[in-house]
Write a protein that binds this ligand. Structure first.
Ligand SMILES: CC(C)(COP(=O)(O)OP(=O)(O)OC[C@H]1O[C@@H](n2cnc3c(N)ncnc32)[C@H](O)[C@@H]1OP(=O)(O)O)[C@@H](O)C(=O)NCCC(=O)NCCS
Length: 182
């Protein structure tokens, strides 16, 4: 049974491991190789420990699965995308390779959207690399495609797609996929 809870500083190593592992499997051939080869679990672990300990508007939640421990995480907070009418954002969502396809992404996304709603955000958006098939996960979760942009990153330009949930209150009252959204 999966349990979603707020991250603690001691979760940083597990979060970093999942982050590096999924980046290397999902973004190979999309993000320049040097970015992936230079990723370090030690550096990531320090960065995530700081992030988890911060008292700002961002929140990290982890999914724990019995003896396997932490197998995924979601980061949420204020939107970083300016002009779109979405005040909240799913900043990051990664499930360990071996635990994908078991409903854990859904559980974390639901918890992340619920946290945003509790914090008073009215709507939420997520930006995903357009080349990442995970974008269809957000469609399956009731997200609507709301924008596209070209992001200059690491000396290249990456296409990104945004999925939005325009009304968090109505969506969560309607249930998992936002029944009235379809
Ligand atoms: C994308 C990701 C978060 C989804 O989490 P998951 O635990 O594998 O997905 P779930 O098992 O919770 O799936 C929930 C639903 O979404 C659907 N789904 C999941 N991934 C999908 C995909 N790539 N395309 C279409 N539908 C998808 C599932 O079929 C399921 O539908 P159902 O409940 O009707 O059967 C996870 O696979 C992941 O971390 N991928 C690699 C990292 C990544 O790309 N993260 C996103 C960065 S923006």
């Amino acid at each position: 049974m999966v349990r979603v809870r707020p991250a603690k500083p001691d979760d940083a190593a597990a979060v970093a491991r999942i982050y590096v592992e999924t980046w290397r499997s999902v973004y190979a051939g999309v993000v320049p190789d040097r970015v992936l080869t230079q990723m370090s679990q030690v550096r990531q672990s320090l960065a995530w420990r700081r992030e988890i300990g911060m008292r700002g508007g961002r929140r990290i939640l982890v999914a724990e699965l019995g003896d396997a421990g932490v197998v995924g995480f979601v980061g949420v907070g204020p939107s970083r995308c300016g002009p779109l009418p979405f005040d909240g954002e799913i900043h990051t969502l990664y499930i360990s390779d071996d635990f994908q396809g078991r409903g854990i992404g859904r559980a974390l996304l639901e918890a992340g959207l619920g946290t945003l709603k509790e914090k008073g955000f009215a709507a939420a958006v997520v930006w995903v690399l357009s080349a990442n098939p995970a974008r269809y996960f957000y469609e399956a979760m009731g997200g609507r495609r709301v924008a596209e942009r070209n992001e200059p990153l690491w000396g290249t330009v990456l296409r990104e797609t945004a999925y939005g949930w325009p009304d968090l209150v109505r969506r969560l009252e309607d249930g998992v996929n936002g029944a009235r959204d379809s």
